[in-house]
Design a protein around this ligand. Sequence first.
Ligand SMILES: Cc1cc2nc3c(=O)[nH]c(=O)nc-3n(C[C@H](O)[C@H](O)[C@H](O)COP(=O)(O)OP(=O)(O)OC[C@H]3O[C@@H](n4cnc5c(N)ncnc54)[C@H](O)[C@@H]3O)c2cc1C
Length: 471
Amino acid sequence: MRKREFIKQSLQFLTLSYLNKAWSSTAIQQTQHADVIIIGAGIAGLSAAKILKKNGLSVIVVEARERLGGRIWTNNALGLPLDLGASWIHGINNNPIKALADQFQIKTISTNYNASQIYRANGNPLTDSEDRLLYKNYDAIYRLLMSVRRKRKLQNLPDISWQQALEQVVNSKQLNDEALAELFFALNTEVEHEYAADLNKLSLFNWDVETSFRGSDHLFPNGYYQIIDGLIKNSGLVAGILTSQVVQTVDYSRTRSVEVTTNQAVFEASAVIVTLPLGVLKANSVEFFPSLPKTKQQAIARLGMGILNKTYLSFPEYFWQQDARTQIINSISAVKGRWAEWLNYYYYTRQPLLLGFNAGHQGLTIEGMSNREIIDDAMLVLSRIYGDNIPSPTAQITTRWGSDPFALGSYSYIATGASVSDYQELAKAVEQRLFFAGEATSVDHPATVHGAFLSGVREANKVLVALGKVS
Ligand SMILES: Cc1cc2nc3c(=O)[nH]c(=O)nc-3n(C[C@H](O)[C@H](O)[C@H](O)COP(=O)(O)OP(=O)(O)OC[C@H]3O[C@@H](n4cnc5c(N)ncnc54)[C@H](O)[C@@H]3O)c2cc1C
């Protein structure tokens, strides 16, 4: 089989044959008992499991996929470890994920967002002064947007979307087409990519409630999964994690126990920690008996689940950026937001790889395209920048997080009309038996790995109190 054909075929099986294939559980007939059941073996579930185990409780983690890590997914299909979910530790100072990386001696590399080059839709590069002007103009609009926000809050007016505020601001400015394209490019890469949502979905009032750790962002040249691996090995969790267990119902109607039914077995515990992604909670694909409290259901409905998709293109040779220290390649694309941001993966791995991002509705559009269409679309942008003679990619991987049944989106955002109290509501325990962790329960750090990790710690400590292990 020719290499290209082989790669194409192997990618069709990508969703079935995961790199991090874990401990496949055999069908279990009888009800399994543990002190605590954790639903989901992402970073939130595993951080909770580690603490509970350390405190002497018996724990079973039930995970729907064959692999562990959830939205941390390092894949080897292109011959080296590539992250299809989270890439970065956002802000390394005092960040618990950086502490784990150090503890497990995992190599990280910082990303310098200023080592970037922006190209116009016709492929011409922006000069340094044009680049500075673009961001100066963006900053000016941003300040106006924030003043619209301040005024609306002072006047007790309701929340509106970023887009609605932007229209007020832009209409008063009379920007020409080029200035508008530059503004939309900056808004897309600075805001829509970060929050995985279109401007017409994001709350003007509350989009940016999170707090950040200081310091630079670091990524893992050998894959984020090393953190998951380290956590599991370090805490002796292996035996307690069951994969291919798709939770279908959670029955917390009895006073002393909760029953979790999967496609394979029934589990019973004194407490359950639910780490289902917001997208899964929104879809109601897991049934709760009795139904979750109305206030929690409303919070689930109000918060948004965003989409950010990644495409890795592998080339026969490195041909882009003369200065290989360039880390970010940007394109002010003809279609707003399409292939606006690329990461020069050569910088991190010395392999001829580019990583393209599409967010919000562009991310969704990508999901409806075939792999061939995605390559052709991406190559249109790249050939405008680097010329028609550039080589075709030999292989590619594209994520489709929005259609992934066990994520149904990439990460949460505060949609228009929602607020930080919705994250708080999501984090509330029900009846001191049902606990909720995961990135969308993190008030300070939603949408991040560290937020999810800390939410697991938070809920494990609550469970220890509820089960009388600590006061
Ligand atoms: C493309 C992308 C890029 C990102 N980039 C970054 C980044 O650079 N830095 C950063 O900090 N964060 C990033 N994030 C966000 C980060 O990955 C998440 O916030 C974090 O991994 C979420 O962890 P979690 O444990 O809350 O959820 P998950 O990791 O989703 O864990 C939940 C688990 O529940 C399982 N599950 C779902 N349904 C069922 C069911 N019915 N039964 C049993 N199990 C079920 C899932 O399979 C999953 O394993 C990114 C996410 C994506 C998708």
